[in-house]
Ligand binder design. Structure first.
Ligand SMILES: Nc1nc2c(c(=O)[nH]1)N[C@H]1C(S)=C(S)[C@@H](COP(=O)(O)OP(=O)(O)OC[C@H]3O[C@@H](n4cnc5c(=O)[nH]c(N)nc54)[C@H](O)[C@@H]3O)O[C@H]1N2
Ligand SMILES: Nc1nc2c(c(=O)[nH]1)N[C@H]1C(S)=C(S)[C@@H](COP(=O)(O)OP(=O)(O)OC[C@H]3O[C@@H](n4cnc5c(=O)[nH]c(N)nc54)[C@H](O)[C@@H]3O)O[C@H]1N2
Ligand code: SF4
Ligand SMILES: [Mo]
Length: 677
């Protein structure tokens, strides 16, 4: 009997909990929390505890698939590589390199993603490479980079428990990031105040000292209103503003008209509550802001983030322990996938493609011709397919048929592609459109690193042999080699070392150093201890930049034909498109099907009961699901979870994009409702 314990990092959310796989005779038999985990300190949520259920599920893809005679058939690796390479070369030669786009993954280790974006850039010489940060936290990266110079969470999770005030806005923390939620649940016990601003009555809202329910998409107005009150009462931090920031007069002018009364009229939040939040946040010794998708998934996503940065700077609540602006990143490695340059405007380490010296640096290191023009973002790639500009798509660890907005339109684009290559661990609605499917190794089958929301780079370790026979970077490097650019990495560590040599924030990291507790970037030199909180004495960009942001309503608002507001999001025991959690019996049992949350007043008016089937339609599509009559939503608002491919919320959502980052407005659109026919 061979028994081993393997310490590794959770593949679900950006908290980055550490756990120990118990492996017996080549099978994982249990998952146990690791006390040494810096983010989880010995705790795990239900998804972490049961993670091995999907890893060894019978549905795992084990062999490559090739479309033959209209259906996907098993084939050899050799044939799959040959066919994929010849099709990609054909498109490149027939329509030019710009005709092939790349959608990457925030699920896979940094090393896989580094190789993925390098493959796209060296073979095709363009920057049409993106990943799901686009659907999620791209506004964070853009908004915080413009205000502070760095687009990452400023502080660490454990610090949050000791803040005197935590302002949670648009984060369903105990559901989406349960272990981060654990720290927030300690705030009140430690003598701090917890404020939640969320249109829905979430669990964390019910645990707060104060919960306000703003109208969907009105966060800029709410934050400007808070700043108005803070400034008028003299609760702002003048010394901080003078020494650490610039452009303050522009902000003062912008917030002038956002009186509590006007703010109440726009947001629906009572003026008295606005006053209370302003006072608690500004006057507490340490105040931290926590936000997630309620802030970012809007056509005003970047504006929302900039507004939160304004609020923190106005009060000097940044650059110290237990303060800051803390976006909790969604996917396990979305921070890392951004760091690795799986983005159309930056090379690894946020080195802009538009700066010629950066392009030269990577051209020299990679011995290839690269482009200085930013590429297409995820949703733009789909539009480019409709316009006939993109003919081939390489999807690595993503499920656009379910996760992108307006899925009917996405699916017609996938159908139109001359060549679709998908690499996944399971069959999905996206692999169903593919010409070639390459089976992927899961996180349990590979060495590497994930970078969590705190910028902590942590080890991922191989517990069992790769189920498809190859790790993901091995597969990608073989395809790249067959397309004429030889890659010959011998290990994940070798890939990490190349990446670190080109990425200053990772420059001082190495596997031996990461083996202990991981390191938070920036960690520029081998003797640097890593950085727990950012912007201590100066902002990354020098002075913090105040930006005057005006309120803009969402792209689509209710009218006579579509009189309800729809908002979408996540559930506790399902994860994104459900490919993994729906195969974990323990999780699936908790949230087995889609539902539509509707307020009792609306349900009464429409004579709808809990459990009854209702149909909801938007301008783009419709779905039928059971109603859940609940006061979690406000009158006039319905909520639908996004996880269920057979009844995808994205058939309804609006592909209206944030103008800066092209992030879709998943959090607001207009729908109608009625009993199912
Ligand atoms: N169990 C589970 N955990 C997950 C995931 C999962 O699918 N399942 N996904 C992971 C990923 S990738 C991500 S990005 C995160 C997402 O984590 P969250 O962002 O916390 O999850 P959401 O459900 O999208 O909802 C955020 C909150 O925004 C609120 N909201 C809706 N509209 C607005 C608005 O206009 N303004 C404001 N201020 N709030 C609004 C919603 O009511 C909700 O409470 O979770 C990660 N963790
Ligand atoms: N309506 C609505 N839609 C949303 C959202 C919302 O709030 N509302 N949220 C959005 C958000 S925040 C996000 S992040 C996106 C997520 O969008 P996606 O990234 O498309 O969704 P996932 O379900 O994470 O898809 C990841 C895929 O990778 C596969 N996979 C897992 N591990 C590996 C691996 O190691 N290697 C490979 N090759 N594949 C692997 C999984 O089986 C899965 O099919 O969805 C967005 N869509
Ligand atoms: S909180 Fe996130 S990282 Fe931690 S166990 Fe749960 S899903 Fe995994
Ligand atoms: Mo996300």
């Amino acid at each position: 009997m061979d028994f081993r314990s393997v310490l590794t990092t959770c593949p679900y959310c950006g908290v980055g909990c550490n756990f120990i796989f118990q492996v017996m005779d080549g099978r994982i038999i249990a998952t146990l929390p690791a006390k040494t985990g810096p983010a989880n300190e010995g705790s795990l949520c239900i998804k972490g505890w049961n993670v091995h259920e999907f890893v060894q599920h019978k549905d795992r893809l084990t062999k490559p698939l090739l479309r033959q005679g209209g259906s996907l058939q098993e084939t050899t690796w050799d044939q799959a590589f040959d066919y994929a390479a010849s099709e990609l070369n054909r498109l490149k030669e027939t329509y030019g390199p710009e005709s092939v786009a790349f959608a990457g993954s925030a699920r896979c280790p940094n090393e896989d993603t580094y190789v993925f974006q390098k493959f796209a850039r060296v073979i095709f010489g363009h920057n049409h490479v993106d990943h799901c940060a686009r659907l999620c936290h791209a506004p964070t990266v853009a908004g915080l980079a413009s205000a502070f110079g760095s687009g990452a969470m400023t502080n660490s999770f454990a610090e949050l428990a000791h803040a005197k005030c935590v302002f949670v806005i648009g984060s369903n923390t105990t559901v989406s990031h349960p272990i981060a939620g654990m720290y927030l649940m300690r705030v009140r016990g430690n003598g701090g105040r917890l404020i939640v601003a969320d249109p829905r009555k979430t669990q964390i809202a019910q645990l707060a000292n104060l919960h306000v329910q703003q109208n969907l998409g009105t966060d800029v107005a709410l934050i400007n209103g808070l700043m108005h009150v803070i400034y008028k009462n003299g609760w702002h931090n003048q010394a901080f503003i003078e020494s650490r920031t610039e452009n303050f007069p522009a902000l003062v002018e912008m917030i002038e008209p956002f009186t509590p009364e006007r703010t109440e009229a726009i947001t629906g939040v009572a003026a008295a509550d606005i006053l209370k939040i302003a006072e608690w946040y500004a006057k507490s010794e340490t105040s931290a802001i926590v936000y997630v998708l309620g802030i970012t998934q809007h056509t005003t996503g970047t504006d929302n983030v900039k507004s939160l940065a304004n609020l923190a700077m106005l009060c000097g609540q940044v650059g110290r322990p237990s303060t800051g602006v803390n976006p909790i990143r969604g996917q396990n490695n979305v921070q890392g996938a951004c760091d690795m340059g799986a983005l159309p405007n930056v090379l690894p380490g946020y080195q802009y493609v538009t700066v010629p010296e950066n392009v030269e640096k990577f051209e020299k290191a990679w011995n290839a011709k690269l482009s200085g023009t930013p590429g297409l973002t995820m949703v733009e790639q789909i539009e480019a397919v409709h316009q006939g500009k993109v003919k081939g798509l390489v999807v690595f660890g993503a499920n656009p048929a379910v996760s992108y907005p307006d899925s009917n339109r996405v699916q017609t684009a996938l159908e139109k592609l001359e060549f679709l290559l998908v690499m996944d661990i399971f069959p999905t609605p996206t692999t169903a459109f593919a010409h070639v499917v390459l089976p992927a190794a899961s996180f349990a089958e590979t060495e590497g690193t994930f970078s969590n929301s705190e910028r902590r780079v942590q080890r991922v370790r191989q517990a069992i042999a790769p189920i498809p026979g190859k790790t993901n970077w091995e597969t990608l490097q073989e395809l790249c080699t067959r397309m004429g650019y030889p890659m010959a990495y011998g290990s994940a560590e070798e890939i990490f070392n190349e990446m670190a040599s080109l990425t200053p924030a990772y420059g001082g990291m190495s596997f031996p150093r990461l083996n202990e507790k991981g390191l938070c970037w920036p960690c520029p030199t081998p003797d640097h201890p890593g950085t727990r909180y950012l912007h201590q004495d100066r902002f990354t960009r020098g002075k913090g930049l105040f930006q005057a942001i005006d309120y803009r309503p969402p792209a689509e608002t209710p009218d006579a034909e579509y009189p309800f507001w729809l908002t979408t999001g996540q559930l506790f025991s399902q994860y994104l498109t459900g490919t993994m959690t729906r195969r974990c019996p323990t999780l699936h049992h908790e949230n087995p099907e889609v539902f539509i949350e509707i307020h009792p007043e609306d349900a009464d008016r429409l004579h709808i009961d809990t459990g009854e089937k209702i149909t909801t339609s938007s301008r783009r599509g419709s779905i039928t699901a059971k109603a859940w009559v609940t006061e979690r939503v406000r009158p006039g608002v319905v909520f639908i979870p996004m996880h269920f491919m057979e009844n995808a919320a994205n058939r309804l959502t609006n592909a209206a994009l944030d103008p800066v980052t092209k992030t879709p407005e998943y959090k607001v659109c207009a729908v109608n409702l009625g009993k199912a026919a």
